[in-house]
Design a protein around this ligand. Structure first.
Ligand SMILES: CCCCCCCCCCCCCC(=O)SCCNC(=O)CCNC(=O)[C@H](O)C(C)(C)COP(=O)(O)OP(=O)(O)OC[C@H]1O[C@@H](n2cnc3c(N)ncnc32)[C@H](O)[C@@H]1OP(=O)(O)O
Length: 231
């Protein structure tokens, strides 16, 4: 374990969503939730052109305000600041699929129990692909994150090597979806995890992920990423 992978899974010890570790993350979770609602409202409103123009001006003004605040570009920058928790906590806030403080993330909650993992997620209107159903790319993204975290049981977290999703039936929007996964095999640097997604008791998709612990190690992978975060 290195400074990235140590504590990576701490936020998933229980079914309760791990609380924010500071007033900063608490405030950011609130803002993220407001932006999620904004996203939902944006795709559903049929307001007049004038109302949309006014809303755009308000959001643009807010963007200018936030652009003038101190910023950290990427999870590594947060880690290096030393003020925002360990990597696991930062990942739990900012991850693109599971981050509580990232409005792009649909609010995936997951917890681990031995070599099994469980989770819930609810995808609002902004995740629509086929009419009334979740976009298949987001189903795959949810599996990638969920299976990726479930690999903890194997004790050697790695990157997704392959992810195979079988879409059995459409996955409904605005419905509590239940996830479960189990470790199938862990050998050397490779961990195989399989999982399923259910809506109202019916399996809508299954997935199998092969995760590979990089030969160069996670920390070295992270160092390779320096400069990718758009600062
Ligand atoms: C950035 C830091 C983050 C830190 C925290 C994150 C925690 C995790 C969070 C996860 C959640 C988020 C999830 C995400 O979003 S992870 C993001 C999506 N995934 C990636 O971007 C991964 C990109 N690929 C790589 O970085 C490398 O190719 C990896 C690391 C995968 C292997 O490169 P490495 O140089 O180490 O490999 P090796 O040549 O020594 O081969 C070793 C063995 O593995 C076998 N093999 C290799 N590749 C594949 C493959 N694609 N499928 C099947 N098998 C593969 C290979 O045949 C060999 O087997 P064998 O011949 O010995 O039998």
């Amino acid at each position: 374990m290195d400074e990235l992978t140590a504590g990576l899974f701490n936020p998933f010890a229980s079914e309760e969503v791990a609380p924010p570790n500071s007033s900063h993350w608490e405030a950011k979770r609130r803002l993220a939730e407001a932006v999620r609602q904004l996203n939902d409202l944006l795709v559903s409103t049929v307001a007049s052109d004038a109302e949309l123009a006014q809303a755009s001006a308000q959001v643009e003004a807010l963007n200018r305000t936030l652009a003038d605040t101190p910023r950290l570009h990427g999870t590594l920058a947060y880690l290096k600041s030393g003020e925002h928790g360990h990597y696991g906590e930062i990942n739990h806030e900012l991850n693109a699929v599971g981050g509580q403080s990232n409005p792009l993330a649909p609010g995936l909650n997951m917890w681990l129990d031995g070599n099994r993992a469980y989770g819930t997620v609810r995808c609002g209107l902004a995740y629509e692909g086929p009419p009334g159903f979740v976009h298949g790319g987001f189903v795959a993204a949810i599996f990638d994150q969920f299976l990726g975290m479930a690999q903890v049981a194997g004790g050697q977290p790695g990157m997704t090597g392959t992810l195979t999703v079988r879409y059995l039936r459409p996955t409904p929007l605005n419905t509590e979806l239940k996830l479960s996964a189990q470790l199938s095999r862990a050998e050397d640097r490779k961990t195989l995890v399989s999982g399923e997604l259910r809506a109202g008791g019916e399996i809508t998709a299954t997935a199998e992920g092969l995760f590979v612990r990089p030969s160069r190690g996670m920390a070295a992978m992270a160092e390779m990423a320096v400069g990718n975060s758009g600062q």
